[in-house]
Design a protein around this ligand. Structure first.
Ligand code: ADP
Ligand code: MG
Length: 334
């Protein structure tokens, strides 16, 4: 059977459907942003991510420092999505002969900067040759309090659906980079004009993981009832929470936060900014639900938007426009 028949998530489900957890320490196995392992009073969150040249990044426009930074951020973001704090990072690389020592040093500069900013130790990895380019695997290990973990499958009817920051910027940045790459390929004398698009391009090349939101939860005494990081796009990732939790949802178009820079860039490509925000991936913001009683605490944080609420599974999953039209929420995929 062709893998395309199942798609990424169908393939993962098929390959992992009959894998039970037999160790009492495996509190959470496959199916969330990170696995959760409990030893005594300590819970560990562990996640691994793979980035492959030509698939996950394009070295024509992704500088290696940024790529190192981004690789670490992807992994930290999955740890934050469990309401945990990353502590260690392991990095494996498969490198082809086209990379110089200096190039790989630049990659490590980015990795080290991300680790420094997120207070993480780079604790190991593996290095091997590659025939075809660069492949990167990052594994992050985080520390958590078992009762404060946030899973994908614990959203409750009536909970508020919240999102940090703004959405669609990384996808808008990717459109700009792809356009400039094409122009450059057609005429190498043309210098890319990126100054007007600095914000969205940076969100694509050098995203940030929302440590500050996890710190805010701790100081506000708040534990999200469910959480996921936005790597696949709002629609796809919200549907992951709904499916895992067995609930429905209603989100409101005009509540979805989109930066002015994203709107401007999307409009240049005749893209509806809302579609960019719904389906664009790799924003690495946090999508989470909170019980209604925590509304007051959430409203203290200006960088968190309430975009809707959790409903019964039977009520379906809907996107509501400003004039009240209801559309079924669908995952377009990243
Ligand atoms: P994320 O986007 O948060 O990194 P993924 O969609 O990649 O999450 O993965 C979803 C879940 O499937 C995770 O629990 C992950 O560990 C698991 N998973 C993904 N690929 C595999 C695989 N090849 N074998 C076993 N588990 C996998
Ligand atoms: Mg994730």
């Amino acid at each position: 059977m062709d893998i395309s028949k199942l798609g990424k998530f169908g393939l993962i489900e098929r390959l992992t459907q009959d894998i039970p957890s037999s160790q009492p320490s495996t509190l959470k196995g496959i199916g969330d942003d990170a696995a959760i392992l409990v030893y005594g009073d300590t819970a560990l969150a562990v996640t691994t991510d793979m980035l492959v040249e030509g698939i996950d990044f394009d070295l024509t426009y992704a500088p290696l420092q940024h790529l190192g930074y981004k690789a670490a951020i992807c992994a930290f973001s999955d740890i934050y999505a469990m309401n945990a704090m990353p502590r260690q990072l392991l990095v494996s690389i498969a490198v082809s002969a086209k990379f110089s020592v200096e190039a790989m040093e630049r990659f490590y500069q980015g990795l080290k900067l991300a680790c420094e900013r997120h207070h993480v130790d780079l604790a190991g990895g593996d290095t091997t040759p590659s025939m075809t380019g660069l492949a990167i695997n990052v594994t992050a290990i985080g520390e958590a309090t078992p009762e404060k973990m946030s899973y994908r499958n614990t959203a409750q009817k009536g909970d508020l659906i919240c999102v940090s920051g703004n959405l669609g910027a990384a996808y808008a940045g990717l459109q700009i980079l792809e356009r400039e790459k094409k122009l450059f390929e057609d005429d190498p004398s043309i210098q890319p004009l990126l100054d007007n698009y600095r914000y969205v391009v940076e969100r694509q090349l050098k995203p940030e993981a929302r440590r500050d939101i996890i710190v805010f939860f701790a100081t506000a005494g708040l534990t999200p009832s469910s959480m996921i990081d936005l790597s696949g796009g709002l629609a796809s990732d919200l549907l992951h929470i709904c499916t895992a939790s067995g609930v429905g949802c209603e989100i409101h178009c005009h509540k979805i936060p989109i930066a002015d820079e994203t709107i401007a860039a999307a409009e240049e490509f005749y893209l509806e900014p809302l579609i960019t925000a719904l389906n664009g991936g790799a924003d690495y913001e946090l999508l989470f639900t909170i019980p209604l009683k925590d509304f007051g605490k959430i409203s203290e944080n200006a960088d968190i938007s309430i975009i809707g609420y959790v409903t019964d599974r039977e009520e379906g999953r809907y996107l509501v426009t400003e004039n009240g039209a209801r559309m079924e929420l669908k995952a377009q995929g990243w």
